[in-house]
Write a protein that binds this ligand. Structure first.
Ligand SMILES: COc1ccc2c(n1)CCN(C(C)=O)[C@H]2C(=O)Nc1ccc(OCc2ccccc2OC)cc1
Length: 245
């Protein structure tokens, strides 16, 4: 794709600002908190919560995070120029993927804990959800992303190219998404060249790994809905229902 030096700089700034303004938690705050873990008593308290209550709490928190992801998308120049159907298709497919990528910013890879309700939680804390395989694969993904030690700029671009994936089947204007994707991917490579970090492109998690975890999330949601048929409709936020139900 042909892009001028000026357009390239403007595009890079746009992606970086879109991330900075919508990243929800500042890195420095997450770093300060990351050795605050739950005590055994607090852990047990969470583990004894009923499944439907724990699901509702988690779904509400991650839906808040997805609101920020929707904001990120809206600030990406070119995203709101896409036809409205394609914007929805890309967010339906990409929201959970971007949540997983962003979650690695709130993950402590030294003690395998993730930020949850004010402190950092171990895998076992989520026991009552009944989806240990989902959480395990999330933690593994966070571990692999933490190992790359992505900068906020790299995180911004990785989120943008993950969202603007031109290979989704239901896209009406695939060419327009592809052009935008190629420009942002070009800008990402430009940033990586300048910072001698090209190697990370080979080490970023494959698309398939992200979509497998998203598939697992949908499967666990369906199992939950069979066990508690009304909870999802009555207690889950509208955005979560639009995207995943
Ligand atoms: C973008 O990055 C982050 C990182 C951390 C947090 C947030 N955003 C939002 C604010 N937040 C709060 C307030 O706790 C944190 C959070 O939600 N943590 C958390 C929630 C659920 C978890 O696993 C269960 C689960 C995961 C995926 C899908 C369904 C699930 O269960 C049904 C694990 C951790």
């Amino acid at each position: 794709c042909m892009i001028s030096a000026t357009e390239l700089e403007l595009l890079m700034q746009n992606v970086i600002f879109a991330h900075q303004e919508t990243c929800q938690f500042r890195q420095e705050n997450l770093q300060i908190l990351r050795w605050e873990t739950f005590s055994p008593e607090e852990m047990q308290n969470f583990q004894q919560k009923p499944m439907d209550q724990m699901w509702e709490r988690c779904v509400c928190h991650i839906t808040d995070a997805i609101q920020y992801i929707v904001e990120f998308a809206k600030r990406l120049s070119g995203f709101t120029d896409l036809n409205p159907n394609d914007q929805i298709v890309l967010l339906k497919a990409g929201a959970m993927e971007l949540l997983l990528i962003r979650m690695s910013r709130a993950f402590n890879c030294f003690n395998n804990t993730v930020f949850f309700e004010g402190k950092y939680a171990q895998l076992e804390l989520f026991h009552s959800l009944g989806c240990t395989d989902l959480i395990t694969s999330m933690f593994d993904l966070c571990q692999s992303l933490c190992a790359l030690n992505l900068s906020e700029h790299e995180m911004a671009f990785f989120n943008a190219i993950t969202l603007l994936n031109p290979s989704y089947p239901w896209l009406q204007d695939k060419h327009k998404v592809d052009t935008l994707y190629r420009k942002i991917h070009f800008a990402f490579r430009h940033l990586l060249r300048r910072t001698h970090r090209e190697f990370i492109l080979m080490k970023l998690p494959e698309k398939e790994k992200l979509s497998n975890i998203c598939q697992l999330h949908l499967e666990k949601l369906n199992i939950f809905r069979q066990m508690y048929p009304t909870i999802a409709w009555e207690r889950f936020p509208p955005l979560y229902k639009e995207l995943f139900i």
